[in-house]
Design a binder for this molecule. Structure first.
Ligand SMILES: NC(=O)c1ccc[n+]([C@@H]2O[C@H](COP(=O)([O-])OP(=O)(O)OC[C@H]3O[C@@H](n4cnc5c(N)ncnc54)[C@H](O)[C@@H]3O)[C@@H](O)[C@H]2O)c1
Length: 262
């Protein structure tokens, strides 16, 4: 088991020799995180529902001299975890880091008008998917005596999000799941944290989910008066995925330009 106190946090390649799986790897935060983890020395399994974007992420990493493998897969599949573990071990020989990032906003409507299917879809994609991968990969990390898990939540999970009740409820669930798992694994070398971004300038921000009015409303609530960049999120993902994080687990780290006051 790696002793976190024996590691050197500020090396140029703190993840050299390690392997990470990143879901939603073809999107804004996912791709930036893959790039940052790769620059830090990790081999990356870049997983996305969209095969072309996963491949493009893997290609970018390889162009920069990194090791990467694209995997086109749906995180809503409860059996995906076993496949991820098999692929990571077959191609890279190990798996140390899980970045549970894939997610998507829901149809904009008040809670009582949400269709049952949409509610279920929101919860499956934004919460259960992260549970499925934790369930499959944690035993491997525990056996290795080392692991880092970063679950991507949202400010919506901290504050609620009018007209996106399913999404907000799922992200609140991610936070509770992270706090629980972090406590359960606290003595086993496996560190689990969540990040809660507010408004990040990713493709999601330019999707139909974000009207110009909603974007402005959200910007108005950010003291820095701007959206965050995926690269800024990736920097925090790298820290939380690295041996440098050694005394924080089951915690939620905000990326909100000063909006979070809780
Ligand atoms: N952008 C923001 O303002 C913001 C704010 C808070 C939280 N987040 C969260 O950050 C995460 C990443 O979002 P982003 O902003 O990079 O969005 P994005 O739309 O750029 O990326 C999301 C990626 O997830 C992939 N994906 C969607 N469904 C999938 C599935 N079933 N299986 C596998 N992959 C799937 C998409 O193909 C896409 O590449 C999400 O969990 C999102 O909820 C984003």
């Amino acid at each position: 088991m790696a002793d976190p106190l024996q590691t050197t946090p500020c090396t140029a390649a703190p993840l050299a020799g390690q392997v990470a799986v990143v879901t939603g790897a073809g999107g804004g935060i996912g791709r930036a995180s893959c790039l940052r983890l790769s620059q830090a020395g990790a081999a990356v399994l870049a997983l996305d529902l969209d095969a072309a974007s996963a491949q493009e992420t893997a290609r970018l990493l390889q162009t920069q001299g990194g090791q990467a493998l694209a995997l086109a897969a749906d995180v809503c599949d409860p059996a995906l975890g076993a496949q991820v573990l098999t692929q990571a071990l077959a191609h890279f020989g190990r798996l140390d880091i899980l970045i549970n990032n894939a997610g998507r906003g829901s149809a904009m409507r008040p809670l009582w008008e949400i269709e049952l299917d949409d509610w279920q879809r929101d919860l499956t994609l934004n919460l259960s998917s992260q549970f499925y991968l934790c369930k499959a990969l944690v035993p491997h990390m525990v056996a290795a005596g080392y692991g880092r898990i970063v679950n991507v939540a949202s400010a919506a999970g901290m504050e609620g999000h009018p007209l996106s009740g399913g999404y907000a409820a799922a992200k609140a669930g991610v936070i509770a799941m992270t706090k629980t798992l972090g406590k359960e694994l606290a003595t086993q070398g496996v560190i689990v944290n969540a990040i809660a971004p507010a408004l990040i300038d990713s493709p999601m921000l330019h999707s139909e989910w974000f009207s110009a009015e909603l974007k402005q409303q959200l910007l108005d609530r950010i003291p820095m008066r701007r959206a965050g960049q995926p690269e800024e999120v990736a920097e925090m993902v790298l820290f939380l995925a690295s041996p440098a994080v050694s005394f924080s687990t089951g915690a939620v780290f905000d990326l909100s330009g000063g909006r979070a006051t809780y």
